[in-house]
Ligand binder design. Structure first.
Ligand code: S3P
Length: 171
């Protein structure tokens, strides 16, 4: 798959929709540089995400997300972002201005089983299905506004890979 550092492939979407798994798959198949933005933040800050939320709050975390998103766009070919990246206006506007942003989405029941009570995800930990559904609903229009396409991630990685390969290669 041909991407370049000026237009990395960027995955957005709610927690637990498979952004990291697919990003890693594509990058390893094609020998591309891959980064998970959450992992990048943790390694730069030398603190876990729950620690960052505790220390500087969600607003502080969103500022870091924007700061490090800018760095990652300059350095990597494939980037998976955190599900809440659309919450920060700066990151939202930056992503909106980019090409090759793909929204991964899938059935919320599947997502809930994956992320419920995940202590490493402050916005999912101790949340009911309905609380998560409400968070998801509040973000949908923003994912939609940013992405050039939406893909259902509840299908084999190979299928997703081929769909993306055709879209990106045919540009
Ligand atoms: C968040 C999603 C997480 C992470 C942080 C906040 C959110 O990323 O950035 O816990 O608010 O949706 P994943 O989508 O990779 O779980």
């Amino acid at each position: 798959m041909k991407t370049n550092k000026k237009a990395p492939l960027i995955f957005i979407g709610f927690m637990g929709t498979g952004k990291t798994t697919l990003g890693e798959y594509i990058a390893s198949n094609d020998g591309l540089n891959y980064i998970d933005l959450d992992e990048y933040i943790v390694s730069q800050e030398q603190r876990s995400i729950p620690e960052i939320f505790d220390k500087i709050g969600e607003t502080g975390f969103r500022n870091l997300e924007f700061l490090y998103l800018q760095q990652c766009i300059e350095q990597y070919d494939v980037i998976s972002t955190g599900g809440g990246i659309v919450e920060g206006p700066d990151a939202f506007n930056l992503l909106k201005s980019r090409h090759n942003v793909i929204w991964l989405d899938c059935d919320l029941n599947i997502v809930y089983e994956r992320i419920k009570n995940d202590s490493n995800r402050p916005n999912a930990n101790n949340k009911s299905f309905f609380e998560l559904k409400s968070l998801y609903s509040s973000r949908v229009s923003r994912y939609n506004e940013i992405a050039f396409t939406k893909l259902n991630s509840n299908q084999p990685l190979r299928e997703l890979y081929h769909i993306i390969q055709e879209m990106v290669l045919c540009e």
